[in-house]
Design a protein around this ligand. Structure first.
Ligand code: PFF
Length: 439
């Protein structure tokens, strides 16, 4: 018998999967680089019209298939080649987890540093650039933090759906929720916080005419929800047959967006209150913010909470990414869960070596002007996830059969069923293709 989530446990694990580094580290710097409010509006539209239908589709396919991504797509469309989309997800997961765990490792290093005080050693806030650069250029240290994060993830996922992933999310998610609210309240009470709110909520209209903002916003919607890589398909394969997919998907999408916006409320008011440029790029969380924490009243405590949040949120996402190839390997090789999870974790670590060494041994390698970490991030958010998303949309909208899709999603008798299918058939593929061709 396939394991099954408890109802509440599934929602916690699914929101935990969606909410991660993407909502905090990536959301803040991409929003910062792309004009704030205008980006936020396009991002929300993409989340509702492309993200939500895809989450429903993945959950419906997964629950109907009750197997890993490859087997499910094979059985749901016998004799067709849709299972290749499942294979893409399995392979993609190694690369995503490979670079994701690297940044998660940085977060862990900063968290431990904040706790033991070593993070606060650079006495001047401007010293954090050098601090961060020296850290990532060390040949082994970042790898060790990355391995630690992978080891924790492996232990949790190997313990199973209920006793591993669900239990860990039950513990972590409430703590993470409290921390992020506390950080936002603190930040909003700083003098000069209004400028941050203005940046996040009152749009610079000229940004709407820049195609790059659309590309960034749609890429962020994919990354932040984690759609297109069979993550929800795989989590959905353990879903209670009586649980509503439509409602669950709304909760997941809402939870993910709220977490991203609350993270924005925690970060931008503080950034503006201290007169910092929000368009600092990926280093925002690791250079700018620690500099800020070191100057703020109570900043060391706030900084400890922040990096704890970052590391914890990364973990709950890493569980779901690792589950995709683990489920595949366990079935394909007829291995125990434990053995499959260990091999999947090892392969992910290996796939992540190039970006992990991209600031040290391999620092001279660039592809189209991007370093290796940026290349991974770009390839994942702009190629891999959108390609997976188009395939899932096309399969559900055209390949699966209308009545099967509506029935599996529980939307057969709902007027929303038609809107859902229309979005998957036409809107998602066309919009995704158009935006990414122009990129
Ligand atoms: N959605 C999660 C995040 O925003 O951090 C995790 C994630 C899953 C990121 C899949 C990227 C990805 F391709």
């Amino acid at each position: 018998m396939r394991e099954q989530w408890s109802r509440g446990g599934f929602l916690l694990a699914a929101v935990g999967s969606a909410a991660g580094l993407g909502n905090i580290w990536r959301f803040s710097y991409v929003a910062g680089e792309n004009g704030g409010a205008a980006f936020l509006i396009i991002y929300m539209v993409a989340v509702i019209f492309i993200g939500l239908p895809l989450v429903i589709a993945e959950l419906a396919i997964g629950r109907r298939g009750r197997d890993d991504a490859v087997a499910t797509l094979r059985h749901q469309a016998p004799g067709k080649h849709w299972y290749i989309a499942g294979g893409l997800s399995v392979v993609g997961a190694f690369f995503i987890l490979g670079f994701y765990s690297l940044i998660a490792g940085w977060a862990l290093k900063y968290f431990i540093g904040a706790v033991d005080g070593s993070l606060w050693a650079p006495v001047h806030s401007s010293a954090y650039g050098a601090y961060f650069k020296a850290f990532i250029a060390r040949p082994y240290e970042p790898l060790i933090w990355q391995l630690l994060m992978i080891a924790i993830t492996t232990a949790v996922v190997a313990a199973g759906i209920r006793h591993g992933i669900e239990a860990a999310n039950r513990l972590l998610m409430p703590i993470l929720g409290l921390i992020i609210i506390a950080l936002a309240v603190y930040s909003l009470n700083l003098d000069g916080a209004e400028k941050g709110l203005e940046f996040l909520f009152s749009p610079d209209w000229s940004a709407f005419s820049r195609p790059a903002v659309y590309i960034a916003a749609i890429g962020q919607a994919f990354f932040s929800l984690g759609i297109g890589m069979a993550i929800f398909l795989t989590y959905g394969s353990y879903l209670d047959p009586g649980q509503s997919i439509g409602k669950s998907a709304c909760i997941i999408v809402l939870g993910d967006s709220l977490l991203a916006i609350t993270a924005g409320l925690a970060i931008f008011p503080a950034v503006f209150a201290f007169g910092i440029d929000p368009a600092e790029g990926p280093e925002l969380a690791f250079i700018t913010l620690p500099g800020l924490f070191s100057q703020m009243p109570g900043g060391r405590f706030i900084g400890t909470l922040f990096f704890g949040l970052l590391a914890g949120a990364a973990l709950t996402s890493m569980f779901s990414i690792l589950e995709v190839p683990s489920a595949y390997l366990a079935r394909r090789m007829a291995w125990s869960r434990r053995k499959a999870v260990c091999l999947a974790a090892l392969l992910s670590f290996l796939a992540g070596l190039p970006p992990a060494l991209g600031f040290a041994l391999l620092e001279d390698i660039t592809i189209n002007g991007r370093g290796l970490l940026d290349t991974y991030d770009y390839a994942v958010s702009h190629l891999l996830l959108p390609t997976g998303g188009i395939l899932i949309a096309l399969f559900t909208g055209w390949g699966w059969g209308k009545s099967r899709a509506l029935e599996a999603s529980g939307l057969l008798n709902s007027p929303l069923g038609k809107v859902w299918l229309f979005s998957l058939r036409y809107i998602s593929p066309v919009v995704i293709l158009a935006v990414f061709m122009s990129a």
